[in-house]
Design a protein around this ligand. Structure first.
Ligand SMILES: O=C(O)CCCC[C@@H]1SC[C@@H]2NC(=O)N[C@@H]21
Length: 173
């Protein structure tokens, strides 16, 4: 039996191997970052949307949970190479939590183009709810809405469109 056959024969092993791969993709996307304070611009949400939409809700959410666990253990997987319990409790922790819900919702994208577009938009926007609420504990609500949401509206639209186009292209292939 080859290693690949071995993986296929053990669904749990295959699931967690794929989740581990997904968490590595998410870690890589976090390093593509524009260093803004208190919230950097990164490619994390694009990766989260695609993990959910392509892998499904369970796998997408599992990959994000694994990613958060890796960060909590001190691996430098969060934005701009940060990690550890302090980073997990820092100003951007709410966004990390939001990634779990986002991947789960993206996993409901289904088949039709309109449904996919709406689900991906909802999955992206949901990240900002815990993100801004948690951030407001550090900088106040008004500044959190500005620096944690308003600033990211254009990038959010672009990354949602990119996730949609990628999903459509891969589903057609
Ligand atoms: O510390 C981390 O690793 C989390 C960073 C969160 C960045 C958020 S996610 C939503 C919004 N879009 C971005 O490009 N950056 C912020």
């Amino acid at each position: 039996m080859t290693a690949i056959q071995g993986l296929a024969a053990r669904p749990a092993l295959r699931f967690w191997s794929q989740a581990l791969l997904g968490s590595a993709v998410l870690a890589a996307s976090a390093q593509v970052s524009l260093p803004m304070w208190p919230v950097p611009a990164t490619l994390q949400t694009l990766a989260v949307l695609l993990l959910g939409a392509l892998g499904g809700s369970r796998l997408g959410a599992a990959a994000v949970l694994l990613y958060i666990a890796e960060g909590a253990m001190g691996l430098p997987v969060f934005a701009a190479g940060t990690g550890g319990p302090a980073a997990l409790m820092g100003p951007t922790a709410g966004f990390l939590l939001g990634f779990v819900a986002s991947a789960w919702i993206a996993g409901q994208a289904g088949q039709g183009a309109l449904r996919q577009a709406l689900v991906l938009a909802a999955a992206h926007l949901v990240v900002f709810v815990p993100g801004v609420l948690w951030l407001s504990g550090f900088v106040g609500l008004e500044r959190a809405v500005m620096a944690g949401f308003v600033l990211f509206v254009p990038g959010t639209a672009v990354k949602t469109a990119l996730a949609f186009a990628t999903l459509r292209a891969l589903r057609r292939a």
